[in-house]
Ligand binder design. Sequence first.
Ligand code: PMP
Length: 320
Amino acid sequence: MQEGDWIWFDGKFVPWKEAEIHVLTHGLNYGTSIFEGIRAYETEDNSAVFRLDEHVDRFFESAVVAQLDLDVTRREVKDAIVETVAKNGLGDCYIRPIAWMSYGNLGVHAEVPVSFAVAAYPWGAYLGERVISEGAKAKIVSYIRPHPDSYPSGAKIGGSYFLSRLASNEARDEGYDEAIMLNHQGWVGEGSGENIFAVKDEVLYTPPFEANILPGITRKSLLQVGEDKGYETEEKLFKPKFLFDADEVFFCGTAVEVVGVVQIDDREVGDGTVGPITTEMRETYMDIVRGRREEYASWLTPVYETGDFPKRAVGVEVGE
Ligand code: PMP
């Protein structure tokens, strides 16, 4: 991990190495935390956070689902995110806002204070550079998305990612790059940290929320971009065979961005190379996040005063 200099921690910046918690923190013991994964990208003369409002909205939705009583406002969270990128003088970076049940009582039911922090640091290709050019090999793993009566898939809750880790480990142990998880009814869900699309006859298909997926912000953005490009798009429940018969499959998510899936289990997808619509969607996505598509400028929140990058932060007030 490439370290940054400062972490926003309960209302102030602390040096990276001093952002520490107690071993008996509730969130550490029981996974009672919520988080977001956001990226900022260098644009021509600035750095911009991609879809800040959507990420902060989902952060607050996760808090409701996890019954975490956040002690910060939306405005404070947004400002802390932008300020953390600026304070660290970053251009391209990954941003991790996190809130967790803190210290004071280890009863599972206990009420303890909720802490909030934001870190930002450079993080390159999530599945590696090879996967960007050659595509990913994915395995349909034995772990399934959580049954909706166990806990909701739609929230980014710390403890839920133990399942993602098991799924990803199963795939990696067998030589694959990433896992594909089905839901409890056998419908295709998503990757361990990505949503999935299948392309068939130039139609873009992706599983709906009923497949127990995380409502990905990249997924939502690509559905919009696909429509704007004139492609038909459909949120549709489908079984693994639909993926095997697809012309193209791709993963999308904040960390992974857009990458082709060229093999699933022991079968090639399409002709076994990253397909043309996947490439088009990836290139358009990268253009959008880098501010090269005027029509999507509202999806970007600039970090620095124009012309001052990376010297001075926009004067956002934290603590409103
Ligand atoms: N599914 C899971 C399980 C994830 O962890 C992520 C990453 N947040 C995604 C999908 C993609 O979501 P987003 O596009 O909002 O990053």
